[in-house]
Ligand binder design. Structure first.
Ligand SMILES: Cc1ncc(COP(=O)(O)O)c(C=O)c1O
Length: 417
């Protein structure tokens, strides 16, 4: 049993979180998640989910998941290299690779695990560098990372041995600053420099803005760097075919390493992947610990994920609808006079500045039937508190118009418009 002192310290820390307004309250949804959900016995409009295509509850996805259960069972009770690989796992990997225009893909239990697995296995592996107990092998991978990259990327760097990783953080989307860093390392390379890896989210989750991948591909080529893109919020959402930010930026198939999730637009359950060159994917199968020592993705999720990729092709209305809804909602908020961030992604942040105002507004909106997440420091920079609306193809224009009416009333009441 752990000591009473530790129990007291844990309780005190929880109180600190409450006192600092950082305590996260988990709201319990009763039943299915769609454009509306039941919260505490009340139906509310849902704007707090990454269910961009409305597939979390789509009859075709549910049917495919059932088919997976019937054909391949509930789970594999194993990791992939022991007895956890079924024909359908490889089918999904190949289908995904074709969709993304790359050679191969590897499934992970989540996008978080994919990011951890990729960086730790590549950076920590000597890959030909030879040493002895007296003079250990020297190598250094330099990582250039956007300041607003996701937590899983930040934690991935922590799994890398510090003797082999040098980290440079460039200000959000400041590609001139990135160039300056690459130029400095060209002129004066760190000892043992091996790989240069530029790391960015495709779409940034708090802002809904998009990395300039066309320019990043150019920069990576110019400086001989590898380009890594986490496309969690863009797979199934951006680009003419829904293949993500590379598709949107005109560099489909030209990204060295792409990671993403099945837990957002593509059905919303769980599951992640790394996609890229065949030898890199094979290397990850052999070396990546978050893949090798963690269970395979359940058959129901594998089958539903394949169906989600097919649905994007079969029903282009899904993609059109999420964007037409996002445009309708964003321009509705702009017309009401709210301060917005520029963008076209279904992540629509309404900027409020003050954390207390964001807290008050999200509380009032929920009371009035609009469920949206408020974000404030330390999740976003101080003074940039916001409400992050997430729009879905499942929303009807009528639901969006109703929400805009409620937001208007609440904004007026709080003196914001
Ligand atoms: C950019 C980004 N990467 C990775 C993840 C983690 O995805 P998963 O839930 O599949 O672990 C998220 C989830 O919020 C994300 O926004």
């Amino acid at each position: 049993m752990y000591s009473p002192k530790l129990a007291e310290e844990i309780k005190k820390e929880l109180e600190n979180l409450r006192g600092a307004g950082k305590f996260k309250v988990e709201r319990e949804i009763d039943g299915l998640q769609g454009s509306e959900v039941m919260l505490g016995g009340k139906k509310v409009l849902m704007f707090a989910s990454n269910n961009y295509l409305g597939l979390a509850n789509h009859p075709e996805i549910v049917k495919a998941a059932h088919a997976g259960l019937d054909s391949d069972g509930y789970g594999l009770s194993s990791v992939r290299f022991i007895s956890g690989t079924q024909t359908i796992h490889r089918m999904l990997e190949k289908k995904l690779a074709a969709f993304l225009g790359v050679e191969d893909a590897i499934l992970y239990s989540t996008n978080f695990m994919a990011n951890l697995g990729f960086f730790a296995s590549l950076v920590n592996d000597p890959l030909g560098a030879v040493g002895t107990p007296e003079t250990p092998a020297v190598w250094k991978d330099v990582i250039y990372s956007d300041a607003l990259n996701h937590a899983s990327i930040i934690d991935a760097f922590k799994l890398c041995d510090r003797t082999h990783l040098e980290k440079r953080i460039y200000p959000h989307k400041d590609l001139a600053a990135l160039r300056t860093m690459l130029e400095a390392d060209k002129t004066n390379p760190p000892a043992g420099l091996r790989n240069k890896i530029i790391v960015t989210d495709g779409v940034f989750s708090m802002e809904g803005d998009t990395a300039d991948l066309a320019e990043l591909v150019k920069i990576a080529d110019e400086y001989g760097a590898m380009l890594f893109v986490d496309d969690a919020h863009a797979i199934g959402v951006l680009g003419a075919t829904g293949a993500g930010t590379p598709d949107h930026c005109g560099v489909h198939g030209k990204i060295d390493v792409l990671t993403g999730t099945f837990g957002k637009a593509l059905g919303g359950a769980v599951g992640g992947y790394v996609a890229g060159k065949a030898e890199l994917i094979e290397f990850l199968r052999q070396k990546s610990r978050t893949y090798m020592f963690s269970n395979s993705v359940p058959p129901s999720v594998v089958m539903a994920s394949m169906r989600a990729i097919d649905l994007l092709k079969e029903d282009p209305e899904l993609l059109k609808m999420v964007h037409s809804n996002a445009d309708f909602f964003r321009s509705g908020l702009e017309n009401l006079g709210f301060k917005m961030l520029e963008g076209s992604h279904p992540i629509v942040p309404l900027m409020l500045g003050d954390a207390k105002v964001a807290q008050e507004m999200s509380k009032k909106l929920l009371e009035r039937g609009v469920y949206v997440v408020g974000l404030w420091f330390p999740v976003v920079p101080e003074g940039q508190a916001r409400l992050r609306f997430q729009i879905s193809a499942a929303h009807s224009k009528e639901q969006l118009a109703n929400a805009l009416e409620i937001i208007k009333e609440t904004g007026k009441e709080l003196g914001l418009i």
